[in-house]
Design a binder for this molecule. Structure first.
Ligand SMILES: Cc1cc2nc3c(=O)[nH]c(=O)nc-3n(C[C@H](O)[C@H](O)[C@H](O)COP(=O)(O)OP(=O)(O)OC[C@H]3O[C@@H](n4cnc5c(N)ncnc54)[C@H](O)[C@@H]3O)c2cc1C
Ligand code: SF4
Length: 196
């Protein structure tokens, strides 16, 4: 099986491996991570999309975020919602998520900067390299080096990854009880991870 998910999901497999749950973890042959700065709570459908724009959930055929929330709807319709209206629906946990670039995955994929159907792809492990090379060789994917073709996208990815690291609460902030954190809760478990 392959797992496809944002950083918080793609971290689960490597974490299971280091914590001794190797048997279930090894059932995942390939771990594909998606670059991710946030996701929205389910209430965005009722609260904003239906509430303000009259869009029913079943009408949405595809969504994307490119500076705004893009919505493709049934009947060949398309509409956009300003991102600033979406922010209040940000999932609480995302405010503390340090992993923009899905750094535990074998391959990390993102939509940054790329146009015309290209996907920015980071190959992180030998397993990812092996699968990717075979996909190119067998003609499943077309490849061009991002560092040469779109250095701005690569630079932006590094910048966003660095910035998102700052969301990771420090032990001091945890002790002070940032909103949404259990005061003093994870403080004992955190320092190692925070300095890793
Ligand atoms: C919650 C979340 C947050 C994200 N945040 C970011 C971010 O901040 N920055 C970033 O760079 N990336 C982000 N991404 C990743 C980005 O949106 C893409 O998922 C990623 O770039 C992979 O792109 P893709 O083209 O491979 O897949 P997708 O963008 O998912 O495109 C797949 C396409 O294939 C089409 N398709 C699917 N099945 C079929 C079929 N059977 N026949 C024909 N067409 C089909 C779909 O309609 C779609 O157009 C995020 C993803 C998620 C889920
Ligand atoms: S920002 Fe982090 S916690 Fe939120 S969905 Fe993306 S990877 Fe998961």
């Amino acid at each position: 099986m392959a797992l496809v998910g944002m950083g918080c999901q793609s971290s689960s497999i490597p974490m299971m491996r280091v914590r001794g749950a190797r048997k279930p973890a090894n059932k995942i042959a390939l771990n594909i991570g998606l670059l991710c700065s946030k996701s929205f709570d389910d209430s965005i459908f009722e609260g904003l999309l239906k509430g303000k724009y009259g869009i029913e959930r079943h009408e949405i055929t595809k969504m994307n975020i490119k500076g705004k929330l893009q919505l493709w709807l049934t009947g060949d319709r398309y509409t956009e919602v300003p991102l600033k209206e979406c922010h209040e629906y940000t999932r609480e946990g995302c405010n503390y998520c340090p992993d923009f670039a899905a750094e535990h995955a074998d391959l990390s994929l993102g939509g940054l900067g790329q146009t015309g159907g290209w996907t920015l792809t980071v190959i992180r492990t030998d397993r990812g390299r092996d699968v990717f090379d075979r996909m190119v060789k067998e003609g499943w994917v077309e490849f061009r080096p991002a560092a040469d073709e779109d250095p701005a996208a690569v630079a932006l990815m590094h910048k966003l990854a660095r910035n998102q690291r700052k969301r990771w609460p420090t032990p001091v902030e945890i002790d002070a009880g940032r909103p949404g954190m259990v005061p003093n809760g994870p403080a004992k478990a955190q320092p190692k991870a925070a300095t890793a």
